[in-house]
Design a protein around this ligand. Structure first.
Ligand code: GAR
Length: 201
């Protein structure tokens, strides 16, 4: 019997890359899909090391390459991804790339959008704002990417309760734990074209 071809995942990340690593490892344990390429806008990003250590192709691109037809667009066309995952990617994803891969680009945001979203709201900035406002809950949002920061259709959200006195670092740890648990499963369900309907909200 012929084994079905594995789906192809491309990840964009700007920094540490713990989510990228978690996604790579998740799909290395199964047969549905594999991460075929990790791309970063930072040439010294830890995510590139993490990917290479797991034998995934990884490279960086310049701002010019992100916006030129012969740069990232050409690489992506050649790579032919089934899904493009932004996992801690901090630049705006260019419109021509979205147009080339409609409905295939998703992002994770470390808060319950529409709260704590938009330009400048990323990573620790989000958790600092949540801590400062003594929020009683936070969470993660996985959404389609459109041309505005953090405004694409929501695919999945889940929450975690806060006491209101956690530090930004403690909040980040809680949010990361949710990301590690749910992000690979959401990607998997999108690749399976089934609905990921669980909503703990
Ligand atoms: C993640 O928490 C992700 O949700 C966030 O950056 C972190 C990257 O961590 N993304 C954004 O803030 C996008 N607006 P990682 O590099 O360890 O995966």
């Amino acid at each position: 019997m012929k084994t079905p071809k594995r789906k192809r995942i491309v990840i964009f990340a700007s920094g540490n890359g713990t989510n990228a690593q978690n996604i790579i490892e998740h799909f290395q344990q199964g047969h549905l899909a594999k991460v075929v390429l990790v791309l970063s806008n930072k040439k010294d990003a830890k995510v590139l090391e993490r990917a290479k250590a797991l034998e995934v192709m990884a490279s960086s691109f310049t701002r010019d390459e992100l916006h030129s037809e012969n740069g990232v667009l050409k690489t992506l066309k050649k790579t032919d991804p089934d899904i493009i995952v932004l996992a801690g990617f901090l630049l705006k994803f260019p419109a021509p790339l979205l147009q080339e891969f409609p409905g295939k680009v998703i992002n994770i945001h470390p808060a319950l959008l529409p709260k704590y979203g938009g330009k400048g709201m990323y990573g620790s900035h989000v958790h600092e704002a949540v801590a400062q406002n003594k929020e009683k809950e936070t969470g993660i949002t996985i959404h389609y990417v459109n041309e505005e920061y953090d405004e694409g259709a929501i695919i999945y959200q889940t929450k975690v309760a806060l006491g209101g006195d956690e530090t930004a670092k403690e909040i980040a740890e809680k949010v990361h734990a949710l990301e590690y648990l749910h992000f690979p499963k959401v990607i998997e369900s999108l690749l399976n074209e089934s609905e990921y309907t669980e909503f703990n909200g």
